[in-house]
Design a protein around this ligand. Sequence first.
Ligand code: NAP
Length: 280
Amino acid sequence: MKSIIVTGASSGIGKAAVIRLVQSGYQVFGLSRRYDQLLALSSELSSYNLKDDQYFPAIFDITRYDKFEEVLNNILSNSSEKTIFGLVNNAGYVEPGAIEDITIENLRAQFETNFFGLVEFTKEVLPLMMQRKEGRIINVSSLSGLISLPLIGAYSATKHALEAISDALRMELWNTNIKVININPGVVETDIYRVIRLKLAIIEKEKKSRFSNAYNKYLNNIPSGLSAKIVANVIDQAIRSSTPKHRYIIGSSKEKLALRLRPFIPNKLFYSQVAKRILS
Ligand SMILES: NC(=O)c1ccc[n+]([C@@H]2O[C@H](COP(=O)([O-])OP(=O)(O)OC[C@H]3O[C@@H](n4cnc5c(N)ncnc54)[C@H](OP(=O)(O)O)[C@@H]3O)[C@@H](O)[C@H]2O)c1
C-alpha cells in the first residue's frame, strides 16, 4: 500500500482528500493541530470498510520545524512500505485585511504556515521520495496564487510565493519521477471562512478601519462555492495519474472565465473595476 501524507486533514479540503484517498486504497496519514477532529475522522472512516492500517492521525503544527523529524519518524514506523509516496501540502488559512490593517506579525505568521512551513516540511519528505525514485507533491495553492485581490493581499502573496517555488522545484525534479502538482481552487465551502470571520472581528475590535464596509460586504458574505469533495477528487486523480498535469484549476465557470480573460484585460481597467466592485 502506498503511503500519502495529507497536512491540514482536520477539516475542509484536507479532510475530504483523506476520505477520497483512503477509498482509493492508499494508506493515509492525516496531520493537523486539532487531534480531536482527526480522531473524529477516524470514526467517520470506520464505515468505509478499511484495512486496519489505512488511516493514521498525527498531531502536527506546520510552524513547528523542531517537531518535523519526530512526526516523520512516527509516520515511517507505521508506514506499510516504510517510505512515503505522496505529500499533499494542504494546511493553510487566510489572514484577511487590507495591507494597511495587517500587522507585520500577522503577515509573517501567514507566511510561516502557508509558505515557509510547507517548504521546510517538503524538504524533509523529499529525500524519502528520492530514495524510492518516485513521488507526488501536491501543493494546494489557490486562484489567489494566480490573481491577487484586495483585502486578502497577504494570503495572495503566500500563494504567489508557493506558485513560484513549485515551478522551481518542478524543474529541479524534471529528470526524476517525482511530480510537483499545483491545485488552484476558487471558492470552496470550508471552515476557512469561519477563520476569516474570527480574524476580521479582531481587526475591527482593534482599530477603526476605512475598509469596515468592504470587510462586511466582501468577506463576511462569501458567495457559495464548490464542495471540498470536488477538490479531493482532483487531488486523487492527480496522485493516481502517471502523467499528471502541472496545474489543476478548479472553480465555477465564472471564476475560470475571469482567469482566462485576465491577460486580455488592460491592467488599468482590471484594477479599477475590481477595486470599485470590492471596495465601494
Ligand atoms: N476554501 C477555499 O475557498 C479555498 C480556495 C483555494 C485554496 N484553498 C486552500 O485549501 C487549503 C485548505 O483550506 P480549507 O479551505 O480546507 O480550510 P479549512 O477547512 O479551514 O482547513 C484548513 C486546514 O489547515 C490546517 N492548519 C491550519 N494551520 C495549521 C498549522 N499551523 N499546522 C497544521 N495544520 C494547520 C487546519 O487544521 P488545524 O486547525 O487542526 O491545525 C485545517 O485542517 C488551504 O491551503 C487553502 O489556502 C482554500
